[in-house]
Design a protein around this ligand. Structure first.
Ligand SMILES: C[S@@+](CC[C@H](N)C(=O)[O-])C[C@H]1O[C@@H](n2cnc3c(N)ncnc32)[C@H](O)[C@@H]1O
Length: 156
């Protein structure tokens, strides 16, 4: 299975990139975690933020390969514990489709992205900065994988 993280934002600080890569490189060959960055729209003084959100949403959805399961990252999504996430991951593998995880920019995800989601995942009731979200998602997925594969990384 391939898990594709589609995230609005580029030119991340080095600590974000190295934090993400630290977990990305731990995934086994049969479950890759790939990151695709969507270039944010320009935010000038007169920028219409709703329009920007929709344009970024269109770019996110255009980058989803046909047939992928779409999972959005949202404050108001489902808060999964690690065992629940591990269960979800096992279900994704059984289902056989690849997974696209959508992470919005400062304006969040467009209505079209939310409507396209099969599942909506919340990491916390707090609104988190999008660069940090990618690192937490990478770590949480690795932890869920380790639980499903009896790897000692995760301890209850
Ligand atoms: C800075 S937040 C966007 C805030 C925006 N005002 C909103 O209401 O969505 C950027 C992105 O990070 C992700 N995100 C932020 N906090 C999150 C959380 N607690 N759980 C899941 N995803 C989160 C979402 O994908 C969000 O679109």
């Amino acid at each position: 299975m391939q898990i594709q993280m589609l995230a609005v934002g580029n030119k991340m600080p080095a600590w974000v990139s190295s934090g993400f890569e630290e977990y990305q490189k731990r995934f086994p060959r049969d479950m890759s975690l790939d990151l695709i960055e969507i270039t944010p729209q320009k935010r000038g003084k007169k920028a219409e933020l709703g329009k920007i959100k929709n344009q970024e949403g269109e770019a996110l959805l255009a980058a989803v390969p046909k047939g992928n399961r779409i999972v959005t990252l949202e404050v108001h999504g489902r808060p999964w514990t690690t065992p629940q996430l591990a269960q979800q991951m096992a279900g994704w593998q059984m289902d056989g489709r690849n997974v696209s995880l959508l992470i919005g920019g400062p304006e969040g995800l467009s209505d079209a992205c939310l409507a396209a989601a099969e599942q909506r995942w919340s990491l916390s009731p707090l609104t988190l900065p999008h660069p940090i979200v990618r690192v937490i998602v990478a770590e949480s997925l690795y932890r869920a994988w380790s639980l499903n594969n009896n790897h000692p990384y995760h301890r209850e």
